[in-house]
Design a binder for this molecule. Structure first.
Ligand SMILES: [Zn+2]
Length: 140
């Protein structure tokens, strides 16, 4: 899509452009958007890489040293009573259509990244990941 179309679409969804930058090292154009109502930030990085990459990141600063954010990251990837697929992450991993799929817990945040060259399948993994990561966020 044309860059103007993307900005217009983002505005329609309630996002405003915060900043824009060309990153020479990876021949990419980065745009940071902020959702006006929720404050959620979305960064779009456009380049000619055949991989379509999506990642959602939550601030998960721990209240103590029991490792709860990391335990929850693994737990949501194992399904739940409400979402009774036994191991959604393992099911996703079985698919051969993604080029990268993982989850990471850092000291202050948790990331759920996915990459695929197949633009049709990426949204499916993406929605699954959004659901799983929001469940974790809700549990914290
Ligand atoms: Zn882990």
């Amino acid at each position: 899509a044309d860059t103007d179309d993307v900005h217009e679409y983002a505005a329609k969804l309630g996002f405003e452009k915060v900043s824009e930058q060309v990153i020479d090292e990876c021949k990419s154009a980065a745009v940071l958007y902020k959702h006006k109502k929720t404050g959620a930030e979305v960064m779009s990085v456009a380049n000619d890489d055949e991989n379509k990459v999506f990642g959602i990141v939550f601030r998960t600063p721990p209240k103590n040293s029991t490792g709860i954010p990391h335990i929850l990251e693994h737990s949501v990837l194992c399904g739940s009573r409400k979402y009774p697929l036994k191991e959604p992450f393992v099911e996703l991993l079985k698919g051969s259509l993604h080029t990268f799929l993982n989850a990471f817990t850092y000291p202050d945040r948790t990331c759920y990244p996915v990459a695929s060259t197949n633009t049709k399948v990426t949204p499916i993994i993406l929605v699954t990941y959004l659901l799983l990561s929001f469940i974790q966020h809700h549990l914290l």
